[in-house]
Design a protein around this ligand. Structure first.
Ligand code: PXL
Length: 265
């Protein structure tokens, strides 16, 4: 019988299902894993804006996570948006008791529709608590400069060395109009991964999807570097499968729309 590894996402809910928990579950499902979720906040959002965010109480975040970890053999965990530093403290405290489970941290500090929810305490909690526990952290260029002001690649190598955590520096926010360059940094190893930049109106949730795809690939038994390369390919493929997706269903501006995770049959 085929085994479906269990992946858990700890993240916020996106009501329009382009990013957050919903993107993570779609990714796990498409990549042949079974996805479960721990919700840190609900958001009232469409592709244009986040109108409201409602943090889940820390004790309920803890109970969601413990309820899953008590019962299931979890193969990988991915974290996304946290509503506050207290949630990060309690989640890290629980995850430190499950040190064998690979953890991919997407250090979400804002949304592609323009809302930012970064606070100094949130950045510090990601850096001081989640980062040392993580197998890999996946900042984009904006998040990297908030987490590691004035960093160079060799600074990131030292951070990777001292925390025993790989860093995937995502180049999607870079200025090159034709190519996206991601850097995979694992201690001494630095690997540059380049892809053609896809011009699309359907890029909501790419960061969530990438980190979930890495977690899923690890859960399926692949090493970190191959998991990362295959996950980048997954995002690239999904973006190119998403042209015009949902465009007929919107009443206003078309931008930052969800991706189409459906496998082409
Ligand atoms: O893509 C970042 C992100 C993460 N989590 C939630 C979000 C977003 C962006 O919209 O809504 C819940």
């Amino acid at each position: 019988m085929k085994k479906y590894p269990i992946c858990v996402t700890i993240a916020g809910s996106d009501s329009c299902a382009g990013a957050g928990i919903q993107a993570d579950l779609k990714t796990f499902q498409t990549l042949q894993c079974y996805g479960m979720s721990v919700i840190t906040a609900t958001t009232a959002q469409n592709h244009l804006a986040i109108n409201e965010m409602h943090p889940i109480p820390v004790t309920h975040v803890e109970t969601q996570l413990n309820t899953l970890l008590d019962e299931y053999d979890v193969a990988a965990i991915k974290t996304g948006m946290f509503a506050n530093a207290e949630q990060i403290e309690s989640v890290t405290c629980i995850l430190n008791n499950y040190a064998q489970i690979p953890l991919i941290v997407d250090p979400v500090l804002g949304s592609s529709s323009g809302t930012e929810w970064e606070s100094h305490t949130l950045v510090e909690a990601i850096k001081n608590l989640l980062l040392p526990r993580a197998t890999m952290i996946t900042p984009n260029l904006v998040e990297a400069s908030r987490l590691f002001p004035d960093y160079s690649i060799s600074d990131l190598q030292s951070i990777s060395e001292s925390t025993n955590t790989a860093i995937l520096l995502k180049g999607g926010h870079g200025i090159d109009e034709t190519t996206v360059t991601d850097s995979f940094i694992n201690k001494n190893d630095v690997l540059t991964i380049r892809h053609e930049r896809i011009s699309t109106l359907n890029s909501h949730g790419t960061g969530c999807t990438l980190a979930s795809a890495i977690a899923a690939n690890i859960a399926l038994g692949n090493d970190l570097q191959n998991s990362t390369k295959t996950a980048i390919d997954y995002v690239h493929q999904t973006l190119s499968n998403s042209r015009n997706y949902l465009h007929d269903s919107c009443k206003n501006e078309l931008r930052n729309l969800p991706m189409n995770h459906t496998i082409k049959l």
